[in-house]
Design a protein around this ligand. Structure first.
Ligand code: GLY
Length: 368
């Protein structure tokens, strides 16, 4: 078995798999190491909304980055399907961001100014989806489509593999060490060698920051979700209000999410959390009360001190990169992150605004 690679990516969530995808496409010899199966942790817990507009407040000056990532999915859906046969289940329909008052509508003016977003009156919304009749309307974010995250992650990893990447599942990394000008990655299954290392382990990146002399930290914001069976007409548009949502999967299931519990490392959902999301979902769509429960779960959103991911080189350079901390928007930002890391490794030009916003040692440069 080959254990020497040009690049080793640590973490096989959607971020790590996207990095491998873009590197393999350039014929770069890349391996992904994951302690479990690819896409098995935070990726599998995500709803998969590509919310460049619904999460606009978080990313206003980085809109070009998140928008470029959203647009990359339009290519990926075909590239992945053609090469690997995997359907990432990109579902059109977009998001209806429900609005209950004039004040809420005013707060949405920055996104309503986008040509891709339109205002919809209450009667138009009610005609399309079975929502609470007390709305005054909705911002229709038609470009905020969604994918099924595990399918997207598997599609990226499988396509990367078919383009020459190696994927090592159930291969937990213990330590990364620099030795004689290259990296030795110690794992439970022996050593790997690489010229470049990329840490893309979400909330599990902390020990690598420490090992590599950095004080960066990522904490989990636990999200609890529920899936119910929709026996009625499929929901043509995702419903969104105050960071809660109801998303139609490509089958007969609706995903209802999600709580936001800071620094909660317990992966089990709670009764209180599920109760909270059911209440919020009922306020958006009263008819969910009658729907049967399919499953429930929780996942960790990887949160940084300022809400932006760390994407870039270690402050000492040294062919060492990080791509972690994508909080609520890992699925959305995966393609642009993968492409950015690939560009940095091959020495292509990368947008300076993005480099600065995501740089790994920015802590001292941003006033808290
Ligand atoms: N992006 C949806 C969530 O984090 O719940």
């Amino acid at each position: 078995m080959n254990r020497k690679f040009e690049v080793v990516v640590i973490g096989g969530g959607i971020i790590g798999c996207s990095i491998a995808y873009y590197l393999a496409k350039e014929k770069i010899d890349v391996a992904v190491l994951d302690s479990q199966k690819v896409g098995g942790k935070s990726t599998s817990a995500a709803a998969g909304m590509l919310g460049a507009h619904s999460e606009y407040k978080e990313f206003e000056h980085l809109y070009p980055f998140v928008r470029s990532s959203q647009l990359l999915y339009k290519e990926l859906v075909h590239e992945i399907k053609d090469k690997s046969g995997i359907d990432i289940e990109l579902k059109e329909g977009g998001i209806l961001k429900l609005v209950y008052s004039e004040e809420e509508k005013r707060a949405l003016q920055p996104i309503l100014a986008h040509s891709t977003v339109e205002w919809m009156t209450a009667s138009d919304v009610i005609e399309k989806v079975p929502v609470n009749a007390s709305i005054i309307g909705a911002a229709y974010l038609k470009e905020d489509v969604h994918v099924t995250p595990t399918s997207a992650c598997n599609g990226l990893s499988k396509t990367a593999q078919l383009n020459g990447a190696s994927i090592f599942e159930y291969t937990e990394v213990a330590e990364i060490k620099k030795q004689d000008g290259h990296y030795v990655i110690h794992t439970a299954k022996g050593e790997f060698e690489a010229c470049y290392v990329v840490v893309a382990s979400g909330v599990w990146s902390n020990r690598f920051f420490q090992q590599l002399g950095l004080t960066n930290q990522i904490i989990p914001v636990k999200g609890e979700c529920l899936a119910v069976i929709n026996e009625g007409k499929p929901l043509d548009h995702t419903l969104f209000y105050n960071q809660n949502y109801i998303v139609q999967r490509n089958n007969n299931k609706l995903v209802i999410g999600a709580t936001q519990k800071w620094n909660d490392w317990d992966e089990r959902p709670t009764i209180g959390g599920i109760e909270e999301i059911i209440q919020k979902a009922k306020e958006m769509m009263p008819s969910i009360t009658e729907m049967k429960i399919d499953s429930y779960w929780a996942g960790f959103r990887p949160m940084t001190f300022d809400g932006y991911p760390f994407i870039g080189a270690h402050p000492h350079g040294d062919n060492l990169f990080f791509a972690a901390g994508h909080q609520r928007n890992g699925i959305l930002m995966a393609p642009a992150t993968g492409k950015m890391i690939k560009d940095m490794i091959v020495g292509n030009q990368v947008d300076k605004t993005w480099v600065q916003a995501f740089q790994v040692d920015r802590r001292n440069k941003i006033s808290l």
